[in-house]
Design a protein around this ligand. Structure first.
Ligand SMILES: NC(=O)c1ccc[n+]([C@@H]2O[C@H](COP(=O)([O-])OP(=O)(O)OC[C@H]3O[C@@H](n4cnc5c(N)ncnc54)[C@H](OP(=O)(O)O)[C@@H]3O)[C@@H](O)[C@H]2O)c1
Length: 255
């Protein structure tokens, strides 16, 4: 499953699931540009990049906040310049924010922020990469089981991920023939990251019982569980997979 010679961008790659994905792609030999938004993630981004030379590859960390409409184009141009390349082979749209609010408490600002980061940025990152995407390239989105479940308090977050899954299908249909790329998504269930650990206690209590019954192991996922699936989707071995959301939740949600 070598990705030697490939060039990847992983959004939100300094921590959590994105960091595990970036590490996996680098371990397979890809050059990787990771993005982060908050200054506090800069040391984490640099610590991650310092591991890449051991795999015979390099990376770059780019600070960009998807609240800024210029972020996608800035990320792509910085990745090309700093990695010294002319093409992108793999885009992983991973950056995201969680949101748990009763419907009565959702403000227009909350609604717009969740969709701006989780849905709109996925679309415009994909658009920004297209002039540079290589034939045989991969665009991989990170959805969530919440796109297919109905947990109270997650209406806005869940809807933002439904949009990501719709993009997966339409982008596969539209971009496959034009650019020779495969577009897929993964849909994690609960993963042990800052995002999950900062969820309200009631939600984590509720999930702890559900997690015990996850068919593939009766446990939470670790970021590496998701990164291995993305590694496959980034590789030539997944050449006959496109337009699909690949289960990345141990069988928690089987559709
Ligand atoms: N953890 C779970 O249980 C779970 C389950 C299903 C799906 N997911 C999805 O998996 C993806 C990664 O989640 P995670 O658990 O790894 O979360 P995380 O640890 O909270 O990391 C979120 C990442 O998104 C970036 N990000 C947040 N706001 C941003 C903004 N305004 N502009 C640009 N980047 C921004 C963060 O950058 P900074 O480092 O700069 O803050 C961070 O790298 C998300 O799409 C999430 O919805 C997670």
């Amino acid at each position: 499953m070598s990705l030697s010679g490939k060039v990847a961008i992983v959004t939100g790659g300094a921590r959590g699931i994105g960091a595990a994905i970036a590490l996996k792609l680098a371990q397979e030999g890809s050059k990787v540009a990771i993005t982060y938004a908050t200054e506090s993630s800069a040391p984490k981004a640099n610590a991650l990049l310092s591991k890449f030379p051991a795999f015979g590859t390099t990376g770059v960390a780019i600070q960009a906040d998807f609240s800024d409409d210029d972020a996608p184009k800035k990320i792509v141009s910085r990745a090309l310049a700093d990695l010294g390349v002319k093409k992108i082979d793999i885009l992983v749209n991973n950056a995201g924010v969680a949101d748990v609010h009763p419907i009565e408490e959702v403000t227009p600002e909350i609604f717009d922020n969740v969709f701006r980061i989780n849905t709109r940025a996925v679309f415009f990152m994909t658009q920004a990469v297209l002039p540079y995407i290589s034939k045989g390239g991969r665009i991989i989105h990170v959805s969530s089981t919440n796109a297919r479940t109905a947990m109270a308090g997650t209406s806005v977050y869940s809807a933002s991920k439904v949009g990501v899954e719709a993009f997966t299908r339409v982008m596969a249909a539209e971009l496959g023939p034009k650019y020779g790329v495969n577009v897929t998504a993964v849909n994690p269930g609960p993963v042990a990251t800052d995002m999950y650990n900062s969820a309200p206690n009631e939600l984590r209590d509720f999930m702890s019982d559900i997690v015990k019954n996850i068919p593939a192991g009766g446990r939470m996922a670790e970021p590496e569980d998701i990164a291995d699936i993305v590694g496959f989707l980034a590789s030539d071995a997944s050449r006959w997979v496109s337009g699909n959301v690949v289960t990345a939740n141990g069988g928690l949600v089987m559709m």
